[in-house]
Design a protein around this ligand. Sequence first.
Ligand code: C2E
Ligand code: MG
Ligand code: MG
Ligand code: MG
Length: 282
Amino acid sequence: LAKESGRNQFSFYTKALNADARAKLAMENELRRTLLKHELTLHYQPKVDLRSGHICGAEALARWRLANGSMVSPAEFIPLAEKSSLILNLGAWVIDEACMQVRTWLDAGLKDICVALNISARQFRSSDLDKQLEQALEKHGIEAHHLELELTESMLMHEPEQAVATMHKLKQIGVKISLDDFGTGYSSLAYLSRFPIDTLKIDQSFVRGVVTDPDSAEISSAIIGLAHRMKLRVVAEGVETEDQLAYMRTNGCDELQGFYFSKPLPADDFAELLRSGKSLAQ
Ligand code: C2E
Ligand code: MG
Ligand code: MG
Ligand code: MG
């Protein structure tokens, strides 16, 4: 009997696994088609300068709209795309789309726009990221200072020497570089000082706790101190409440990003918000 139920259990698991694998494959194929059919879009979340209260940039975040109107979260499809070379197609599309959007905004008279793009590990390691960026900048006729690349610690610490070299190549183009989700990976401080970066982004898991959890508060203020000692700017991501904003203000954070100010917005809505010149943090 035990054997019997053991076997049943086994076949239950393989069935479940197969179903899971099939679902993943189906999603991957769907994503591939999506890229071709232009069902992918970018939303833009404002970054707010804490001193002026004005929008000082945006982070471009991928959105996948299904035929039935529902949205698949990038938390679901990016990790999937990263498992295959699909992430390279997706990454190339994001670069081109963001440059096209910056061009549109500049043509519409908006100035001082800097759009941050999330770069995946594979994309960062691919040998032609710098050429892709240069080509997209040239194609859309925009200057490199309008772009920022968000990298994560884990993708840099994988092969840090190589990463330093790649980052220098990217910096030479003139784009800015920030370290995303900072504090959740494990950068060595020695390398951190060698990375040619402009900005640290405090991970939202710490920002969430600054008012309620002393550890999160300590870590956040330590990151702000570290960034400033290293002459870097520091951004708090995932700011949702006035108390979190107040903490960041008291502790001298430079920029804030989060639902308290705005969700990621479709391009036109972002432009409208930017054009309104509204101060978002007073
Ligand atoms: P991330 O780069 O750390 O982006 C910040 C995430 O936090 C976004 O989720 C954003 O919508 C969300 N967020 C912003 N403010 C708040 C807040 O106040 N509260 C909460 N709870 N969340 C907030 P999203 O758009 O779902 O993206 C998830 C992750 O997917 C991103 O994390 C990034 O790692 C990845 N991703 C998104 N777009 C791209 C892309 O174009 N390429 C690559 N390679 N990765 C992307
Ligand atoms: Mg990011
Ligand atoms: Mg982040
Ligand atoms: Mg994240």
